[in-house]
Design a protein around this ligand. Sequence first.
Ligand code: NAG
Ligand code: NAG
Length: 306
Amino acid sequence: MASPVRWILWTLFVCFAALQNAALRVTMRDSSLEAVRGDSVLLPCSFFTSSDFSRLNVIWTLAPFSSPVSPVQVIVYDHGQVIKNPSLIGRVDFTGLPFSADIMLNETRVSDGGIYRCMVNNPPDTADPGVGELLLSVLEPPSLPVCEWDGAIDVGGSVRLSCSVEEGVPIPEIRWEKVNPEEISLPVNMEGELSGSVQIANVSSQTSGLYRCSATNVLGTENCYVNLVIYNSEAAPGGPSGVLPGVLLTLVMVLVLLALLVIILWLHRTGQDGRSRRRRRDRKAEEEECYNEIRYTPSLMKRSFV
Ligand SMILES: *[C@@H]1O[C@H](CO)[C@@H](O)[C@H](O)[C@H]1NC(C)=O
Ligand SMILES: *[C@@H]1O[C@H](CO)[C@@H](O)[C@H](O)[C@H]1NC(C)=O
């Protein structure tokens, strides 16, 4: 028998059997859903029943991705009453009771992600199967990554650039690039899922520049930057920056020496002048003394004559 024919026959048989045995059947219109954090999402759960709804019972449970082995009750419909998980009050509600078991989840969070089970019972129908499963992923854009560097930024040293991101579903991809003065993409060592580093050994002045870490997932990209400046500690005396201070120092020393020379010469000159002037004054005094002697002589002579 051709397989499409077999499939049609099988479907007819199932429908017929369901009507015959008055079995309740749950169908999920989606097996997996994605929502963006903060948005609302409709979790569909349809069922077919032949009885009235007076004894309808619906239970939604969630096995969160964070703890898949311990499911929690999300919302329950029982004897006409709705009971909600206290942590979800205000965010979850049935939307189509009693004809469908669909629920709406508002202001979704990443922690809402997991496997949802919709269990429906409507006695006296027998449930076959009375359970449907649905996987919900709540996506989140990457948060702003944090860029850091450590190591030796002298020529010949080794520098490590690291980048980590806190949030993001799916897990953001971390990339490192040098963006200025030239664009180079760099090999990243992942340390866990949310942080990646780049090791740069034997750095030179060419290593200087602007580096960017980007965290990217389907919802977007966030960047952080590191500006590296490599110091050239070896090139002091011959380098162009050493010329000007050297010239200035020599100039100052020459000026000081010249000033000293001028002072010494001046002192020497004033010293000589003073001595010669004194000598001249002495000679004049001697002359005057001689003259006085001569001048007095006549009076003495006169006196002697008196
Ligand atoms: C969820 O949001 C919709 C509209 O966005 C609103 O009609 C509904 O009442 C909300 N459900 C809950 C439980 O707050
Ligand atoms: C470091 O780099 C310089 C030039 O950039 C090179 O001459 C030297 O051999 C390198 N040293 C090591 C240990 O790689």
